[in-house]
Design a protein around this ligand. Structure first.
Ligand SMILES: Cc1ncc(COP(=O)(O)O)c(C=O)c1O
Length: 504
């Protein structure tokens, strides 16, 4: 016998679920949310600053207590404001110059709202309809920019890490199939695969090693190739490394060229690397997660000469196309290679139902349910246009050059490289002090105390085992004066540092 409908259900259907009868509530919630966003913007600091006691209190506040019954959205939002919004890092703030987080475009925010509200999953045609074409058009646009040719295709991913994963998976499975007739997708591992090696510069992103491990090849399958003084892969060293690997009885299957390394923004010489990869019949992957969008600029286009040889490309719109997280793409020169990730499920995309007019994007993705992230790029392109976006990128590069030129002549700084893109790596060295062994500690002290005070956020990295600081400039609204102000703060904090303050 059927039970009676629980009374709570009746009450909550239109007040909690999005539908044609809850539009007024949707509007009301949106306006309330806007009030909190206004407060967030009004703070004018990248971060309110922290201390350990506050962090401990926030951990307790985050606990999911009082959830057995209903509560008003007002009290939940108020709690959220205290716990999260007021603590959140403002990436649009010009004193945030740490990681690869960009300010985002207004059309992208609108697109997020539309995509989230309508909640399209770009998976099968019957779920995504014309959203499919929007994603495909954005992919076509960027693949054309890379001149990948008429057989190219691609798919949106959760980020550069996932795109690089897809690249290495395709490289592995394609090599195994073409050279040894091994079908890894069907039959799993084979002994020859143990010998597969992947080459990338020693400054490439850690996701190459991580993905090699996830693909069963292991960290040791990744051979780091040394870089020159501009932090670009040394192509001669690549050839030597490939030859050595062959002599050792191993099998070089792929080269990853990074166009825009995470720390230095350096561009590996793709034309030369591409020729080497082709000569050795290796897969050529371009990791353009950071630098890829600079293909749209006049200043950096030349770095991509040769990128058309790539078998696959990673590009992160959430780094350098001013898009909200997450928004990334993976491109393949030959759409056939998506066969290494495709699967036909009876309940979702049965092979007998394949229809070229109504494509199922799931066939190209390692995800099943997937967000409609392409809409953000589409709406941004439609409203800002490529030239405006390119001008933002050129501006951040120009800012990096300007700040580099000022710091270079300051005896208290040691610069690690000339910026090719929009990062500046440097370390503070008090020219009057004589506590050389503590330089690492001074620099970490500078980074941590500026962050904790909410004055500025800079990143740190290591070069030759030493701690360096890093500006990652992705905000075209930043100014050289503001950056020089941050440089002054760094100098001031560094000067005040005494080895004994370590314990603080
Ligand atoms: C060159 C490069 N590749 C890949 C990645 C990973 O990208 P994501 O964080 O989107 O996974 C990064 C991230 O910084 C990167 O700089």
């Amino acid at each position: 016998m059927l039970k009676e409908v629980p009374p709570l259900k009746e009450l909550s259907l239109n007040s909690h679920l999005f539908n044609d009868e809850s539009l007024k509530i949707y509007e009301e919630y949106t306006l309330k949310t806007l009030g909190y966003i206004q407060k967030f913007l009004a703070s004018r600091k990248f971060y309110k600053g922290d201390d350990i006691q506050q962090i401990q209190e926030d951990k307790i506040k985050a606990q999911l207590t009082n959830i057995s019954g209903e509560n008003s959205i007002d009290s939940a939002l108020e709690e959220l404001n205290e716990l999260y919004i007021s603590n959140a890092i403002a990436f649009h703030n010009p004193n945030y110059v740490a990681h690869l987080n960009c300010p985002i475009t207004l059309p992208a925010i609108v697109a997020e709202m539309i995509a989230t509200t309508i909640n399209t999953a770009v998976e099968t045609w019957d779920q995504s309809t014309s959203a499919t074409f929007i994603e495909q058009e954005v992919i076509k646009w960027i693949a054309n920019e890379f001149q990948l040719g008429k057989h190219a295709d691609g798919v949106f991913t959760s980020g550069g890490t996932q795109s690089n994963f897809m690249a290495l998976l395709m490289a592995r499975d394609h090599y195994a199939f073409e050279k040894f007739g091994i079908n890894i997708k069907q039959n799993g591992w084979a002994e020859e695969v143990n010998k597969f090696k992947i080459f990338c510069s020693e400054k490439s992103h850690f996701s190459i090693k991580k993905n090699a491990a996830l693909l069963g090849l292991g960290y040791d399958a990744v051979i780091p190739v040394k870089v020159d003084e501009e932090m670009k892969m040394d192509a001669e060293a690549l050839v030597v490394a490939i030859e050595k690997t062959k002599q050792e009885g191993n099998i070089p299957i792929a080269v990853v060229a990074t166009l825009g390394t995470t720390d230095y923004g350096s561009f590996d010489p793709i034309k030369t690397i591409g020729k080497i990869a082709k000569e050795h019949e290796m897969w050529l992957h371009v990791d353009g997660a950071y630098g890829g969008c600079f293909i749209l600029t006049d200043t950096h286009k030349h770095y991509f000469d040769g990128a058309e040889m790539a078998d696959s490309v990673t590009i992160d719109f959430h780094k350098t196309l001013f898009q909200p997280v997450s928004c990334s793409a993976f491109l393949a020169k030959n759409k056939k290679h998506f066969q290494y990730v495709s699967y036909y499920a009876d309940y979702l995309n049965p092979i007998e139902d394949k229809d070229t007019q109504r494509p199922n994007l799931i066939e190209k993705s390692i995800q099943t349910t997937r967000r409609f992230d392409a809409l953000k790029v589409w709406l941004t392109l439609k409203t800002l246009g490529v030239k405006t976006i390119a001008s933002y990128l050129e501006e951040v590069h120009y800012l990096a050059k300007q700040v580099y030129n000022s710091m270079r002549i300051n005896p208290n700084f040691e610069l690690a490289h000339e910026p090719a893109l929009s990062t500046v790596v440097f370390r503070y060295k008090n020219s009057e002090a004589d506590y050389e062994p503590t330089h690492d500690k001074v620099n970490l002290h500078i980074k941590n105390s500026l962050y904790a005070s909410g004055k500025a956020s800079v990143a740190s990295t290591k070069l030759n085992g030493n701690v360096y600081l890093k500006f990652t400039l992705l905000n075209p609204k930043n100014t050289i004066n503001n950056l020089l102000n941050i440089v002054d703060m760094i100098e001031e904090t560094g000067k005040q540092y005494q080895p004994k303050t370590e314990a603080l």
